[in-house]
Design a protein around this ligand. Structure first.
Ligand code: DAV
Length: 317
C-alpha cells in the first residue's frame, strides 16, 4: 500500500509508532485553527474532532475526515477503510459528534460494517482480484470485502462520481450504492492514475457548472460521459504544480494544490502560496480566500481533505 501510493523518498517513515515531527504538528495545529476562524467568519458552523493520542491508540491521524465520512442527503456514511491503522478513526474521534447529530434527528448515520475474522484485503494482491476486472491497475487491495475511502467520491447533485483506487474496490462501490438514499446514484470515472488514492486532486468542482480536472489523470472526454457534467464548463488545471521540499509532502503529490475548498458559488479557500490559482479563479467571479496550510499538507491533505461538509445550501438541486 505504501509503495503504491506514497512518494518514494518518504517510504521509510511509514512504520508503526513513527511520529510526525512535533514542530510540524504544532504549526499544522495553528493552521487548522486559522482555517476554522476563516470558516466561522464566513458563516460556516464548524465541529472539531475529539483529541486522540494516536501514538497510544496505534493509529495515524483523524485530521482528514473527508476520507472517512461522506454526507449524502440526510445520511452520513462511514467509509469501510482498507488501511488497518484507520479503522478506529471515526469511532475514536468522531462518534460523539455523530451520535449528537443523530439524536438531534438531523441525520441517519451508517457506521462501517465490522470485519468478522481476519481481514484478507491485502492477501494475494499484485494481480487483478476477482471482480476487479473492469479496473486497470494492479491495486494494493483485493475484492475480498467492501472497502472505500470517502474521498474517492464527490457528489454532483444526485450523482456521486468516484474512482477505483488502492483503497476503493468494486465491492466498496457496491456497498456505497446500497447505503445511499433513494434517488442518488454512483458512477465511476475513467481515471488513469497508477497511484490513485482519493479523487480530490483529480477533479475539482469550483462551483455549480464549473469543473477543473488534472490532465495527467483524466480527460474532458471521460468527464463528459457523465450526463450530470454534460453542460458544465470543464477546464484542465492551467498550471504545472511545483514540487516542494519543505514542509514535506510525506503522503501526497504536488497536485494537492487542487485540493481547495469551495464554500459558496463565489468563494474558494486556497493555500496562500498558490497565488497563480488564486488569480485564475477570479475570471469566474470567484473570490479566493488565501489561508496558510502547508504544514497540514504534510499530514496528508489540504482544505478539502481536512474538512467534510454536513449541510450545504442547495444551489442547484
Ligand atoms: O494526488 O496526491 C491527494 C489527496 C489526498 N487525500 C494526490 C492525492
Amino acid at each position: 500500500m505504501v509503495k503504491a501510493t506514497m512518494p518514494e523518498e518518504h517510504h521509510d517513515r511509514f512504520q508503526p509508532k513513527s511520529r510526525f515531527p512535533g514542530a510540524l504538528l504544532k504549526q499544522a495545529d495553528e493552521e487548522l485553527d486559522g482555517l476554522v476562524n476563516v470558516l466561522e467568519k464566513e458563516g460556516v458552523k464548524v465541529f472539531r474532532p475529539k483529541h486522540v493520542d494516536w501514538y497510544d491508540a496505534g493509529g495515524y491521524t483523524a485530521a482528514m475526515p473527508r476520507d472517512g465520512l461522506i454526507t449524502v442527503g440526510n445520511t452520513i456514511i462511514e467509509a469501510p477503510f482498507s488501511w488497518g491503522c484507520r479503522k478506529r478513526e471515526i469511532d475514536l474521534a468522531y462518534s460523539g459528534l455523530l451520535a449528537k447529530l443523530e439524536q438531534a434527528g438531523q441525520f441517519t448515520i451508517i457506521r462501517a460494517p465490522k470485519i468478522i475474522g481476519a481481514d484478507t484485503i491485502y492477501n494475494d494482491v499484485g494481480q487483478l482480484a476477482d471482480g476487479a476486472g473492469e479496473t486497470k491497475h494492479n491495486w494494493a487491495i483485493n475484492n475480498s470485502r467492501p472497502a472505500f475511502d470517502a474521498a474517492d467520491f464527490m457528489r454532483f447533485g444526485k450523482v456521486l462520481i468516484g474512482q477505483y483506487s488502492h483503497v476503493t474496490n468494486c465491492r466498496g462501490v457496491e456497498y456505497l450504492r446500497a447505503c445511499i438514499p433513494n434517488g442518488y446514484t454512483v458512477e465511476v470515472l475513467d481515471v488513469n492514475d497508477p497511484h490513485a488514492m482519493h479523487i480530490d486532486a483529480t477533479i475539482l468542482p469550483l462551483k455549480h457548472g464549473l469543473l477543473v480536472y488534472n490532465p495527467l489523470r483524466t480527460s474532458e472526454i471521460a468527464l463528459r460521459k457523465h450526463t450530470v457534467l454534460r453542460d458544465w464548463d470543464i477546464w484542465a488545471y492551467p498550471f504545472v504544480p511545483k514540487k516542494r521540499e519543505h514542509p514535506p509532502l510525506y503522503m501526497t503529490s504536488e497536485w494537492l494544490c487542487m485540493n481547495v475548498l469551495s464554500i459558496s458559488e463565489c468563494k474558494v479557500i486556497v493555500e496562500e502560496k498558490d497565488k497563480e490559482l488564486a488569480e485564475w479563479v477570479r475570471q469566474f467571479g470567484i473570490e479566493p480566500i488565501p489561508v496558510p496550510f502547508q504544514h497540514v499538507h504534510a499530514i496528508g491533505g489540504s482544505f478539502h481533505c481536512a474538512t467534510v461538509d454536513l449541510v450545504r445550501d442547495d444551489i442547484a438541486g
